[in-house]
Structures are given as structure tokens and as C-alpha cells.
Design a protein around this ligand. Structure first.
Ligand code: HEM
Length: 70
């Protein structure tokens, strides 16, 4: 799903982000924890800051569909 959101080449055919995460009670801090883990991983693999930020911005677009307890 992330690969597709980052313009491919993969194509995601799973359920929507809101359908999957609905009812999980995901809070803003949970979402931030995921973004933090992603950042740590990108740093570990020495992905340049510009590309890190590009991917994290794309992930951020999903926030409203996932977070229920802002
Ligand atoms: C940008 C952020 C996120 C993205 C792109 C994302 C994406 C996904 C995707 C693609 C799936 C698999 C759906 C499927 O198998 O049909 C999934 C499942 C899941 N996500 Fe997320 N997710 C995000 C954030 C979170 C957060 C913050 C949490 C909780 C802290 C979370 C918890 C889960 C759980 C528990 C499942 C498994 C659901 C199941 O198999 O029943 N997700 N997510």
C-alpha cells in the first residue's frame, strides 16, 4: 500500500485504510509512534533526508483515515 502511495511500481488491492483501522481506537500518539519507527528505519538505511520527508509526508496523508482519537 505504501509502495503504491509512493507512486509504485506496486499496486495495492486490499481494503481501504479507514475500513481496516476502523474501531481500533488508534490515537495520534500511536500514529506518531509508527512514523517515528519509520524515520528510525530510514535513517538506519541512510536514506537521504529529502526522500525520508517525501515518504513521511505521503504516510501523513493517511492520518485522517486511521486516527480515531486525535
Ligand atoms: C500511515 C499509517 C498506516 C498505514 C499506511 C497502514 C496500513 C495498513 C495496511 C495496508 C494493513 C493491512 C490491511 C489488510 O490486511 O487488509 C494494515 C493493518 C493493520 N494496521 Fe495499519 N496502517 C497504518 C497505521 C497503523 C497504526 C498507527 C496502527 C496501530 C498503532 C495500525 C494497526 C494495524 C493493525 C492492528 C492491522 C491488522 C489488521 C488485521 O489484520 O485485522 N496501523 N495497516
Amino acid at each position: 500500500m505504501i509502495c503504491e502511495a509512493a507512486e509504485g511500481p506496486c499496486s495495492y488491492s486490499g481494503r481501504s485504510m479507514s475500513t481496516i483501522h476502523h474501531g481500533m481506537g488508534i490515537a495520534s500518539e500511536d500514529f506518531e509512534a509508527l512514523v517515528g519507527a519509520l524515520r528510525t528505519t530510514l535513517e538506519r538505511f541512510q536514506v537521504p533526508l529529502r526522500e525520508q520527508n517525501e515518504l513521511i509526508r505521503i504516510m501523513g496523508l493517511q492520518r485522517e483515515s486511521i486516527v480515531e482519537n486525535p
